[in-house]
Write a protein that binds this ligand. Structure first.
Ligand SMILES: Cc1cc2nc3c(=O)[nH]c(=O)nc-3n(C[C@H](O)[C@H](O)[C@H](O)COP(=O)(O)O)c2cc1C
Length: 418
């Protein structure tokens, strides 16, 4: 008997096909005249051979819920929920390439083959909903082996641990923590050892091995984590890197290790989009460069040099975040407070795709950033956690009719009538 409820092709299992894909603006302007001119947020974007149906990307979000680095059904439901509600792409949380690169003992990992299958199940489901999915590969550097936020400070706020460090007998790996130099993030964080060349090579090889696993899983893109005070950012910033060898001191030296890994990652992941998330500033007090011409902290000027080198290596998109490497950082928070960094990078490299992130909530304001060419895509984290249907409500706010999931269509009559 023919199944009139057509199956999504190319995936394992039966899932009704959504046509067009969920979160796609309808093209039939006779029926949907308001879609004649689409806001940039709902225009597709093609990078390499991958077409993203809209510009709404789920930002990487640690869930502290993995089982020895393996994704669980929590991740299937959490990430699957974004796929059924119209986001253009989903970024799997920071995923460690070696066990001691995890922030907490329950962080995601991709250092062994048994971690492939649960991620493959998630990717299959997300693809069945017509949504793209990538993964953020990471190493926590000097901030690894720490407590999940709700363990450090419980939700009721009645308890705060004395230290962020997870001890060995609590499942931690604080004795194995390393960074460029023996400089802790804070007194209540692990005390890192300075990495040897052998350890750097091991981490570099682990990134490449994880990329091979990403191919087996079928991810659409990879984002390398070079932000938020984790290993690559530790090397980049003069606040965390005091090395006297070829990997510390001058800007060129501080860029050397991250660029070395990025170059090999690009070679290994040649066919599909490669993104890098950076912190564009440390938000430390004082200038980026002092009067004597010494770099005092990481900032936008060095970020521009770093991004220029990444563009030469063939990185497809830079995701411009900030902070996380200086415990006394002073951030001026506000809607789109990091858009300025994406904008500066876009000005310097107009042909490079830029993602902006950080306190982005209002669709009209977000659309203005995209329209003004300050970024090409937006990454959203907390707004999507509060409201996974954000793409649908954003479409309504911008006056566009987009496809809801077949199963949810009856919840969006206003969308269908617009
Ligand atoms: C629960 C949670 C987990 C996060 N985990 C990650 C992560 O794994 N990798 C990362 O680069 N940023 C992470 N972030 C930062 C977000 O990706 C995002 O950059 C930040 O929250 C600002 O965006 P927002 O204002 O839309 O939340 C996390 C944020 C939250 C709230």
């Amino acid at each position: 008997m023919p199944n009139l409820n057509t199956a999504a092709p190319g995936v394992d299992g039966y899932f009704p096909l959504n046509e067009p894909e969920i979160g796609t603006a309808y093209r039939n302007t006779d029926v949907f005249p308001s879609n004649e001119t689409l806001p940039v947020l709902f225009q597709p974007l093609t990078i390499k051979n991958v077409t993203f149906k809209n510009r709404i990307f789920v930002s990487a979000m640690c869930q502290y819920s993995s089982d020895n680095g393996h994704a669980t059904d929590w991740h299937l439901v959490h990430l699957g929920g974004f796929a059924t509600r119209g986001s253009g792409a989903i970024t799997v949380e920071a995923t460690a390439v070696v066990p001691e690169g995890r922030l907490s003992a329950q962080d995601a990992g991709l250092w062994e083959d048994s971690q492939i299958a649960p991620l493959k199940r998630i990717v299959n489901f997300v693809h069945s909903q017509g949504t793209k999915i990538g993964i953020q590969l990471a190493h926590g550097g000097r901030k690894a082996s720490t407590l999940p936020p709700w363990v450090y400070a419980n939700a009721a706020g009645t308890y705060k641990a004395d230290t962020y460090v997870i001890q060995e007998d609590e499942g931690g790996f604080a004795d194995k923590i390393y960074g460029p130099s023996e400089i802790s993030f804070a007194d209540n964080y692990p005390h890192p050892k300075a990495m040897t060349e052998v350890e750097m090579q091991r981490v570099e090889d682990a990134f490449i091995a994880a990329i091979e696993r990403c191919k087996a899983i079928g991810f659409d893109f990879i984002e390398l984590h070079a932000a938020h005070g984790y290993l690559f950012h530790n090397f980049l910033s003069p606040l965390s890197n005091a090395r006297a060898d070829g990997y510390g001191g001058s800007l060129a030296n501080r860029l050397r290790f991250p660029l070395r890994v990025i170059e090999r990652a690009r070679e290994a992941w040649a066919e599909k989009p490669l993104f890098v998330r950076i912190s564009a500033t440390d938000w430390a007090e004082g200038p980026e460069m002092d009067d004597s011409g010494n770099w005092r902290q990481w900032g936008i000027e060095q970020s521009k040099v770093f991004v220029g080198e990444m563009e030469k290596l063939g990185v497809d998109l830079v995701d411009a975040s900030s902070g996380g490497n200086w415990v006394k950082q002073r951030i001026s928070l506000g809607h789109g407070y990091q858009v300025q960094f994406g904008e500066a990078l876009k000005k310097a490299y107009p042909n490079l795709a830029i993602g902006t992130v950080g306190l982005l909530v209002d669709p009209v304001q977000i659309e203005s950033y995209l329209k003004d060419g300050k970024a090409d895509i937006v990454f959203l984290a907390r707004a999507l956690m509060r409201d996974p249907h954000w793409p649908m409500t954003a479409a309504q706010a911008l006056g566009v009719a987009v496809k809801p999931a077949n199963q949810y269509e009856r919840a969006w009559p206003a969308m269908l009538a617009s």
